[in-house]
Design a binder for this molecule. Structure first.
Ligand code: NAD
Length: 421
């Protein structure tokens, strides 16, 4: 066994708690607030009976967790994945609370999940699962209550079904109930690109601090979905040589640099990296340990952990996924001097433009792509500098600094609102 290995580090909710405890302690948070902010406000588990295409009746399990409603309606994506668990959804909901506070958008944190394998479902089955899931969580969502968005395994089409199902129930078109919708159905220009664009802004700001020119840097990206693919595109545009990218089937690597446009064209056509002609094939685990300057984990949780953190060679880690690094790995990365842009800052471009979408839906007035992009740029650069200032002030890692910033903002509002009894 690896001497660094920590048993049980893979529970994302415990990983969130481990960082929360460190930050709460640094902040000197009082015991009452500590208890409130550590615990989700509300959790709903629903059974989703659905007729499958073969005529059988299956029952899927769905969750919606609202971690905090202190700063505004809950906000957070819906994940369709066979490995979804309640603890994962709890962690993702709490991370949304801190993330929304880090970029200072007036939302709390929520998250949803359905235990299913989207790649094995037909469109009709996906639609029926989505509509019944929405009908079952209808009482707790809404533009002023809880506003879902896409996450792993869901996309603009799923958001359109959510909007339609909710609208049918409330007897009026309600576009602001969900974000990440197609443009034309109340979606915002720039939303699809927003998370990757935010990651690029963070990478640019971090490289500036490290005194590095992007044009001399190499990168590896784990995940080729919405976040990974778009981040690879923006890094490439910034002059970074993207040497590797992966999906669930494994990675492709070329130390001379991949043709990112050709990779994206292949993905648009086949929805998998399999069959892509150029470069060599390696595993997802090997991708993480490549000798590149920038590493972007943009797939799933726990991929950097006590077993492999010591082998990471990148000097800059920009976290596209939520929770890609376990709490046990934090210390190992710190010891190696890796500059970490933590998930609740790095991937906050998505929720920032989701906020812009919600604002536009409520105004019924839509912005140009440039307006969206300029506002995103301002929001992300401010959040980045707030986090690194906090890290300097408290002499902590960027991750704990981001937690400090988020928790402090939520704690202040909670104190101001008081306890309704
Ligand atoms: P997606 O479903 O579009 O893509 C996921 C990608 O990861 C796919 O290429 C898939 O093949 C790959 N993948 C899945 N499981 C894997 C595994 N075990 N090992 C290696 N690769 C694997 O999802 P997405 O929207 O790009 O989300 C990716 C991550 O980013 C998630 O952690 C999500 O919570 C986070 N995130 C997404 C957004 C957003 O706007 N979509 C915003 C913030 C954070």
């Amino acid at each position: 066994m690896n001497p660094n290995q920590v048993i049980g580090e893979e529970n994302p909710f415990e990983a969130m708690h481990a960082r929360f405890d460190l930050a709460a302690n640094k902040l000197g948070l009082d015991q009452g607030l500590y208890r409130i902010l550590r615990t989700p406000d509300r959790e709903l588990t629903v059974a989703i009976p659905v007729y499958m295409d073969d005529g059988s009746l299956q029952v899927f399990t769905g969750y919606r967790v609202q971690h905090s409603l202190a700063r505004g309606p809950a906000k957070g994506g819906i994940r369709y994945d066979p490995n979804v668990t309640i603890d994962e959804v709890r962690a993702l909901a709490a991370w949304m609370t801190w993330k929304c506070a880090v970029v200072n958008v007036p939302f709390g944190g929520g998250k949803g999940g359905v235990v299913c394998s989207p790649s094995k479902l037909s469109m009709g089955e996906m639609e029926r699962i989505t509509r019944r899931y929405v009908a079952n969580i209808l009482d707790i969502i809404g533009p002023d209550r809880d506003v879902p968005a896409p996450d792993m395994g869901t996309n603009g089409q799923v958001m359109a079904w959510i909007m339609d199902t909710y609208s049918m129930h409330v007897r009026k078109a309600s576009t602001a109930v969900v974000t990440g919708k197609p443009v034309g159905l109340g979606g915002s220009l720039g939303r699809i690109e927003a998370t990757g664009r935010g990651l690029q802004i963070c990478a640019r700001e971090a490289l500036k601090m490290m005194g590095r020119d992007p044009k001399t840097c190499t990168a590896a990206v784990q995940g080729a979905g919405n976040v990974g693919q778009v981040t690879a595109m923006y890094l490439d545009q910034m002059g970074v040589k993207v040497c590797a990218i992966s999906d669930i089937t494994g990675a492709i690597v070329d130390e001379k640099g991949l043709d990112v446009t050709a990779v994206r064209t292949h993905l648009a056509k086949f929805r998998t990296l399999e069959g892509y002609g150029e470069g060599d094939r390696i595993t997802n685990a090997q991708l993480l340990e490549l000798p590149v300057d920038i590493l972007v984990p943009a797939a799933t949780e726990n991929v950097i952990n006590s077993r492999n953190a010591a082998n990471i060679k990148a000097k800059l880690l920009v976290e596209g996924a939520n929770g890609p690094v376990t709490a046990a790995a934090d210390k190992l990365l710190d010891e190696k001097g890796v500059f970490v842009v933590p998930d609740i800052l790095a991937n906050a471009g998505g929720v920032s433009v989701s906020y812009f979408e919600w604002v536009q839906d409520r105004m019924g007035y839509f912005w140009t792509e440039k307006e969206v992009d300029d506002r995103l740029e301002a929001m992300m650069t401010k959040a980045f500098s707030d986090v690194v200032d906090m890290a300097r002030r408290f002499e902590v890692s960027n991750r704990i600094a981001a937690y400090l910033l988020g928790i402090d903002r939520v704690a202040k509002i909670t104190r101001m609102r008081g306890i309704y009894a």
